[in-house]
Structure formats: structure tokens, C-alpha cells
Design a protein around this ligand. Structure first.
Ligand code: F6P
Length: 341
């Protein structure tokens, strides 16, 4: 078989582990030809291909990013995009495609599967918001990095008696905020799942600083929003992919906290540091398990599915069931973060 492989959307640590697993198992055990598309769906639309051999995946396991490159490109939302993708698949004689991606890539994968292409998807996103799987490649590394950052911020917060706001990624779901907030012992965790009341945040800080301590750490997901009716002076500007380009939530929080409490407040936006560098063992293992499961599924002819982890087991779930849905943080996890403040 000729099997195409791509990584789409934002990169995450652990992608190379998945690519390596697909190639090792696919070439070594099943005797397939693996063809890599460069830069996600863009590479498929443009016919940008490279053969993937065992040589190409040597020593890639501890390396972050993706050896195939990636891009935010949505074929179904680009004029002629879908047609170009289908033409390449035919011209390159691709029997099946393995797509490693988050919500955008999976959405595109389900559209292309509807057009008759045999697809197996692998979930990756540091945001951990892909529906249908308990975890996605990249999440564990991001939480590890964010927790280490909070630990470091703790000592400087305490020394200077400051309120420190740590902004983590998570546009639609607050998985990184909730888990790194718990692991790092943050006083306040703000996530998109629960719009926050700035009055309560300020009341909490004033009480804490009067009664217990002179510093506080707030972990806020980039997608957290103030509750309806809350007045916050700063206006946010959103870019064309929905990303915040100015006046992000942390700046708005800092402004409000300083105005209302007079506490010295600083902001640290972790940004792409959460997505860079070497993957944790957990992400290498997850990437490897998903890669093997995906190529095995292709070999069996089981397509139109996504690899997922459920109760610790790798399973396959129908692609159409997961595409377009967001897996939110359950309330009990947010409650633990609140209870331990
Ligand atoms: O979707 C994953 C993610 O890391 C989000 O948490 C973040 O908002 C976004 O990607 C950033 O995208 P980009 O790398 O394109 O700026």
C-alpha cells in the first residue's frame, strides 16, 4: 500500500514519535510505502511530497516539532482546496491517509473522508480539547512546561509580594490552566468553561492578602472570558484564526486588579514555549501508540476513524463523531483547582 502521512495545525512535542511509529511499523512490518506530505493539508493541495524511509526517522524521538512541517490550512475553506487535495491523492496513488492534527485538521479530514478518501486520524493538541479521547499528543508536555513555569514564578511572586498572572494556551478549553494550576498550586484558575466575575477575583485577592499572604498566582487560559455584565476597560482584538492579537485576557486582568486593589501585578504569557522543545516520555509513548494503532488500522482497512485513548487503552472512534466537537474540562477538575486555593 501507499500510505500518505501529514501533520496539520499547530505543532506539538510528540509528533515525531507518531511519525516514527507509522514509518517503522508501516515499512518494517507491513511492507508499505509511506509518503509524507509537507506542511499539512497545504502540502497535499500543492502535491508537496517526500518519501519517508527508516533513514528519515532516525533519532527523531526526543525532538520537538514535526519533521514534516505543518500549516494552518483548511482545504474545505479554500477555493479549489478540496479539489486539489483529491487530485494529489489520485496522482500520487495514495491508498490511505494518516492525518495527525487537532480540531481544524480533523474537521478537514472528515470532509475529505466524506469525499471517499480512506483516512485514519491521530489527535494532537496541547489544548487537550479533541473530543472522544482522554488525551492528545502534546498535552502532557505543555502541562509539564506550564507547571515548571508556575513553580519558578512562585519564588519571585513571594519575594516581591506581587500578584503574578500566568497566561497559558487554551482557546476553547482550560485543560492546561486547570491541570497546571492544580499542579503548581495557583490561587486562582480561570478557564473558558467558567466565565469569571472580576469582583470575586478582587474580593478573593484582598481577603487573601489581608489574612494569609502577600502574593498570589493566577493561572488564566487565553480563552477565559469575563462573565456577562462584567465591566473591564481593556478591549481585546482577535486575529483571523481566532487568536488574540492585542489586549489579551491577562492584560485586562492586570489592569483591573491594579486599579481595584493597588497590588503590584505582573503578567507572564507562556505562549509557544508550551509547544516547543523535547516531548515528555508520556507524549513519546502516546505518539508511538497512536502511530502503531493508525497504521495497523489502515492495514486492516479500518478507516474513517480516529485513534483515541479510553480507560488507558488505545481504541478507534468514528471520525464523524469527533470532528467539530470540543472536549471541555469537567467541573470536578475546576472545582479541585478552586477548592485548593
Ligand atoms: O490550537 C493549539 C494552540 O496552541 C492554541 O492553544 C493557541 O491558541 C494556538 O494554537 C496558537 O496558534 P498559532 O501557533 O497559530 O499562533
Amino acid at each position: 500500500m501507499r500510505v500518505g502521512l501529514l501533520t496539520g495545525g499547530g505543532d506539538v512535542p510528540g509528533l515525531n514519535a507518531a511519525i516514527r511509529a507509522v514509518v517503522k511499523r508501516g515499512v518494517g512490518e507491513h511492507g508499505h510505502h509511506i509518503v509524507g506530505f509537507r506542511n499539512g493539508w497545504k502540502g497535499v493541495a500543492e502535491g508537496d511530497v517526500q518519501p519517508l524511509t527508516r533513514q528519515d526517522i532516525r533519532n527523531v524521538l526526543p525532538i520537538g516539532g514535526t519533521l514534516l512541517g505543518t500549516a494552518r490550512f483548511h482545504p474545505h475553506a479554500t477555493e479549489g482546496g478540496l479539489e486539489s487535495v483529491l487530485a494529489t491523492i489520485e496522482n500520487e496513488h495514495i491508498d490511505a491517509l494518516i492525518c495527525i492534527g487537532g480540531d481544524g485538521t480533523l474537521h478537514a479530514a472528515s470532509k475529505i473522508a466524506e469525499a471517499g478518501v480512506k483516512i485514519v486520524a491521530i489527535p494532537k493538541t496541547i489544548d487537550n480539547d479533541v473530543w472522544g479521547t482522554e488525551s492528545s499528543i502534546g498535552f502532557d508536555t505543555a502541562v509539564t512546561i506550564a507547571t515548571e513555569a508556575i513553580d519558578r514564578i512562585h519564588t519571585t511572586a513571594e519575594s516581591h509580594n506581587r500578584v503574578m498572572i500566568v497566561e497559558v494556551m487554551g482557546r476553547s478549553a482550560g485543560w492546561i490552566a486547570a491541570t497546571s494550576g492544580i499542579a503548581g498550586g495557583a490561587e486562582i484558575v480561570l478557564a473558558p468553561e467558567q466565565p469569571f466575575d472580576i469582583e470575586r477575583v478582587v474580593r478573593f485577592l484582598k481577603h487573601r492578602h489581608r489574612a494569609h499572604a502577600s502574593f498570589s498566582i493566577i493561572v488564566v487560559a487565553e480563552g477565559a472570558t469575563p462573565a456577562e455584565g462584567t465591566s473591564m476597560d481593556y478591549e481585546m482584538q482577535v486575529g483571523r484564526f481566532g487568536q488574540i492579537v492585542a489586549g489579551g485576557i491577562s492584560d485586562r486582568l492586570k489592569h483591573e486588579i491594579e486599579q481595584r486593589t493597588g497590588f503590584d501585578t505582573r503578567v507572564t504569557v507562556l505562549g509557544h514555549i508550551q509547544r516547543g522543545g523535547t516531548p515528555t516520555p508520556a507524549d513519546r509513548i502516546l505518539g508511538s501508540r497512536f502511530g502503531v494503532a493508525a497504521i495497523d488500522a489502515v492495514t486492516r482497512g479500518e478507516t474513517g476513524v480516529m485513534t483515541a485513548i479510553r480507560d488507558g487503552e488505545v481504541v478507534l472512534v468514528p471520525l464523524e463523531e469527533v470532528a467539530g466537537k470540543v472536549k471541555h474540562v469537567p467541573h470536578d477538575l475546576l472545582d479541585v483547582a478552586r477548592a485548593l486555593a
